[in-house]
Design a protein around this ligand. Structure first.
Ligand SMILES: NC(=O)c1ccc[n+]([C@@H]2O[C@H](COP(=O)([O-])OP(=O)(O)OC[C@H]3O[C@@H](n4cnc5c(N)ncnc54)[C@H](O)[C@@H]3O)[C@@H](O)[C@H]2O)c1
Length: 246
């Protein structure tokens, strides 16, 4: 793939799978994550790979991540934004500090990295941005035992609204903005689930299992590719059918 793609959350899970698949397909990749060593260990060294350590809720870190793509590869075609923070606190345990921290990373962070990317893409006259929401938005999950709680699920609902707002705002500049909405995916983010929970959830899914990170990554890669050239403002559900039933 002849594209330069900035991937947040590249040290782990879905973002890491996006980086591995895109490197295999010949794209130029910038991995952006606070876990620099983990990015290096899991992705290795490639001429078409650069890393930058940072926090998406810090505007300068987002601007520097885009600058890293321009300095090394001369352009930025795609952003796949997977970096996010999780919170399992239930409604009666969630303190305002945790709520604000999750919203700052997941919502403000999505906005800041998308805006930094869009400012460059606007100069180029085109680009594609993929944000990450969650199937949990549809269920209103309650938290506890590793499951997303009100801070996490409300942040992911806001990312969906942000996707649509940015799709309208950036479409005239040739920039597409879509979201992927993963169902439960086997990554460190869901490591806190109990075995009973995992079994109950897997039984509810028509495909009877959780997603592999690569199965979500393929959807995100499709959305940044030219094959999705007429898609914007969409939310791609990849959840093994878990939306059926309650
Ligand atoms: N795993 C799931 O079941 C699931 C389900 C629905 C949605 N999602 C979403 O998919 C995306 C990827 O999740 P994952 O499961 O791969 O999680 P993960 O925990 O494996 O990876 C998340 C990555 O984000 C990075 N990160 C954390 N805070 C950051 C920050 N402030 N700035 C930049 N990067 C930061 C972490 O260092 C980590 O590498 C997230 O947006 C998550 O909310 C995951």
């Amino acid at each position: 793939m002849d594209k330069t793609v900035l991937i947040t959350g590249a040290a782990s899970g879905i973002g890491n799978a996006c980086a591995r698949l895109l490197l295999e397909r010949g794209a130029d990749v910038v991995g952006f994550d606070p876990q620099m060593e983990k990015m290096r260990e899991t992705l290795g060294q490639h001429t078409n790979l650069q890393f930058i350590s940072g926090d998406v809720s810090v505007e300068n870190d987002c601007i520097n991540a885009v600058a890293t793509a321009i300095e090394n590869f001369g352009k930025l075609d795609g952003l796949i934004h997977c970096g996010a923070a999780h919170s399992s606190a239930r409604w009666d345990e969630l303190d305002p500090e945790e709520m604000n921290k999750i919203l700052a990373i997941n919502v403000t962070g999505s906005f800041l990295i998308a805006r930094a990317a869009a400012q460059q893409m606007k100069k180029q006259g085109k680009g594609s941005i993929v944000l990450t929401t969650s199937a949990s938005v549809l269920f209103g999950v309650t938290g506890g035992n590793g499951q997303g709680g009100p801070a996490y699920v409300s942040s992911k609902g806001a990312v969906l609204a942000l996707t649509r707002s940015l799709a309208r705002g950036l479409g005239p500049d040739g920039i597409r903005v879509n979201a992927v909405s993963p169902g439960i995916t086997d990554t460190p983010m869901v490591a806190g689930y109990t075995d009973e929970q995992k079994t109950a959830m897997q039984q509810r899914f028509p495909l009877g299992r959780f997603a592999k990170p690569e199965e979500i990554a393929e959807g995100a890669i499709y959305l940044i590719s030219d094959k999705a050239s007429f898609m914007t403002g969409e939310n791609m559900h990849i959840n093994g059918g878990s939306n059926f039933g309650g």
